[in-house]
Ligand binder design. Structure first.
Ligand code: ADP
Length: 676
């Protein structure tokens, strides 16, 4: 076989026994002739001998695999690195690469176990697949993100990815840039208007310095030339070593959001300012001031006067040097109702006008003559807004906002904001007007009260003089009668009646006089020692002379109830309460008068069965000129000053007066007076 063989079979045997690959020799029908250690081990047998105890056919896992191999060998093919699956002693399956030769009926061959490699390969393929899937997912997420996303590699800053939203926000396709310097194809600005340098873009900063850029507002010019605001974030992507390998930027167009927030802020400031003044002119001046420069380069407020002519009441210009413009404007924009101007049109219709771009024809339509037109040209108006000020469904004025130098142009959002401002201004005007009307009404009411007080004071003085003379005369007659007994019993009763009624009248007049005195705080007490029981009993006797309809019950303490007080004033208190009890019981009934001592206080209670007092009227009862509504229903007249006087006198004595009542069933007035 090997004619010039220098090595013995034993040498080969040794080599085969120790080879790290499986080596075997079998017959075609599956009988082992030789197997080495490595093969036995590969197939989980303790030794080649054990392996060789079983047929080699047993080891094939795939049915027909061995037959196919044999066929190839028989066809004279060399089998090299054929992949086979073999079954181990323990039933596990190993994948091997096998090379075989057929000689006569003997097959020699070797095998390498590639199960682990194969497994690793399968895993690698699966991993790659998973990776591809994840990549696709990520790419999809990036595309679907509502934010614009851009990725650039470090250190050059080559833009490698931009999602669809990037294009939507910029309104142009992603412009490739190989280096950071190339970012200048994107037009960004600082908020103060300075252009953003390429290396100032957040993505550039993340790549160059590893900076994590938290939300930053950047102004930008879109592909269609319009301007907006974006909020940008950026972060570096680092490798295992911490080296920046890429940068990611995300951004969102926040133009609308920022504008809404600014408008809201503006509106709340406007509301606060407008609400803080009730002065009409100041309100309108504030509106104008507020609007410039945030809403306009200059602003006019017109108000329609009572003569129907709209005049400029406030003017504000962003450039203070232009303030003299007001005179010119007043000349042209004092508007008669039929004037051709847009402002007059708004005042007539109550509908706003928005002119996004003021063109020649707009100027020509409002100019009254050549000189006016020339002046209008000089004003350089670019865009304008006129909104009505509507108070109680009537257009009372207009707010005009003009853009000139700043070059902005108004849109419907500006119009909505201006309308909101006008609404709030109109509310402020309404409040200012109501306040002014209220002030006037208040002043008028006060003047009326003063007039009434003055009249009462004069009238009561005038009444008092003849009444005193009359009462004096009656008393003289009564005194003469008591000496000379000259009157008939009937006349005597009549004179007593005249005297009682005169005294009643006197007290009424005293009340009137007191009202003015009390309001001026001029009540002085002349204190003396008084027996309250005696005082009350005297006035009850007098009252009995006046009424026959009422039954007056008097309940006095057994011993005198002495207190320190002003006799005439306390008489006024008791008389007022007694007379009210009679007056407000038009159908008669019992009037109960109680005097008692309670601790260190004297208490007087007057209870009647009259019309009573509505609960709602109780808190106002002691107010000057107040009368409960049920007095009108019952047709009982009065001035509404008696109880006011009672309260003032009682309180001047350090006492209290209170009332309880059940409307329709009667009232009870309680006076307490300290005895000390
Ligand atoms: P006047 O009786 O002249 O109206 P007063 O100051 O004495 O004024 O009383 C004020 C109001 O209190 C009265 O108008 C009436 O409504 C109510 N009032 C006073 N006393 C009584 C009473 N005894 N019963 C019912 N209402 C009373």
């Amino acid at each position: 076989m090997f004619p010039d063989l220098k090595y013995s079979v034993a040498d080969f045997r040794l080599l085969a026994d120790n080879a790290p690959v499986g080596i075997f020799l079998t017959t075609v029908d599956g009988q082992w002739r030789y197997a080495n250690e490595a093969l036995a081990h590969m197939l989980e047998f303790d030794s080649p001998r054990e392996l060789m105890r079983e047929s080699a056919l047993e080891r094939y896992h795939q049915p027909g695999a061995r037959a196919a191999l044999l066929e190839r060998l028989h066809n004279g093919e060399q089998v090299r690195n054929a992949e086979l699956e073999l079954r181990t002693r323990n039933g596990a399956v190993r994948t091997v690469l096998s090379s075989m030769n057929l000689e006569g009926d003997r097959i020699t061959g070797m095998m390498i176990d590639v199960t682990d490699r194969k497994q690793a390969e399968v895993e690698r393929v699966a991993l790659l697949k998973q990776l591809a899937q994840e990549r696709a997912l990520l790419a999809e997420v990036l595309q679907q993100m509502p934010l614009g996303v851009g990725i650039a590699t470090a250190p050059k800053g080559t833009l490698i990815l931009g999602n669809a939203q990037l294009e939507t926000i910029w309104r142009h396709p992603m412009i490739p840039a190989d280096t950071i310097a190339g970012y200048d194809v994107y037009h960004g600005f600082h908020l103060d208007g300075r252009p953003l340098l390429p290396e100032e873009w957040p993505l550039a900063r993340a790549i160059r310095t590893g900076e994590v850029v938290s939300p930053e507002l950047i102004a930008f010019e879109r592909g269609d030339g319009s301007h907006g605001l974006m909020e940008m974030r950026a972060a570096p992507v680092r490798d295992d070593m911490g080296t920046v390998v890429a940068g990611v930027v995300t951004f969102d167009d926040v133009t609308a959001r920022e504008r809404a927030a600014r408008d809201q802020q503006f509106l709340s400031e406007a509301s606060a300012l407008l609400a803080s003044s009730l002065d009409y002119d100041a309100t309108l001046t504030r509106v104008a001031r507020l609007s410039v420069p945030r809403l306009a380069d200059w602003c006019l407020v017109h108000m329609v006067d009572t003569d129907g002519i709209a005049r400029i009441v406030a003017f504000e210009h962003a450039d203070p040097r232009q303030h003299e413009l007001r005179n010119d404007l007043e000349q042209w924009y004092t508007l008669a109702p039929g004037a051709p101007s847009h402002i007059a049109q708004v005042l007539r219709s109550g509908k706003p006008i928005l002119i996004s771009e003021i063109r020649e024809e707009h100027l020509a339509a409002t100019a009254v003559d050549e000189q006016h037109l020339a002046a209008l040209h000089k004003l350089g108006m670019r865009s304008g807004l006129i909104v009505p000020l509507i108070v109680q469904q009537t257009c009372v004025g207009a707010l005009t906002l003009i853009v000139a130098e700043s070059g902005r142009s108004y849109d419907s959002t500006d119009l909505a904001l201006a309308e909101e401002v006008a609404l709030r201004a109109a509310q402020a005007i309404t409040h200012a007007r109501l306040y002014a009307a209220e002030q006037q009404a208040h002043a008028e009411a006060e003047a009326a009260v003063r007039l009434r007080d003055e009249f009462l004071s004069v009238a009561s003085h005038e009444l008092q003089t003849p009444l005193t003379a009359m009462l004096g005369t009656v008393q003289l007659i009564q005194q003469r009668d008591s000496r000379e007994n000259m009157l008939s019993e009937r006349d005597r009763r009549s004179f007593a009646m005249v005297a009682a009624q005169s005294r009643r009248l006197q007290r009424l007049i005293a009340n009137l006089l007191d009202v003015t005195r009390l309001t001026a705080g001029r009540l002085t007490l002349q204190l003396g020692s008084i027996d309250l029981g005696e005082l009350v009993s005297r006035l009850v006797d007098e009252l009995r002379l006046i009424t026959t309809q009422h039954q007056i019950e008097l309940d006095l303490p057994e011993t005198p109830l002495i207190l320190s007080g002003d006799m005439l004033r306390l008489e006024q208190v008791v008389a007022n309460l007694l007379q009210n009890a009679i007056k407000y019981s038009p159908y008669g009934g019992v009037v109960k008068v109680q005097v008692e001592q309670r601790g260190a206080e004297a208490v007087l209670k007057v209870t009647d069965q009259g019309i009573g007092i509505p609960a709602a009227a109780l808190p106002n009862l002691f107010t000057r000129y107040y009368r409960a509504p049920n007095t009108a229903t019952a047709r009982i007249s009065g001035l509404g000053i008696g109880l006011f006087v009672v309260k003032e006198i009682v309180e001047a004595h350090g006492g209290t007066v209170s009332v309880s009542s059940d409307e329709g069933y009667g009232s009870c007035f309680t006076v307490t007076l300290p005895q000390g």
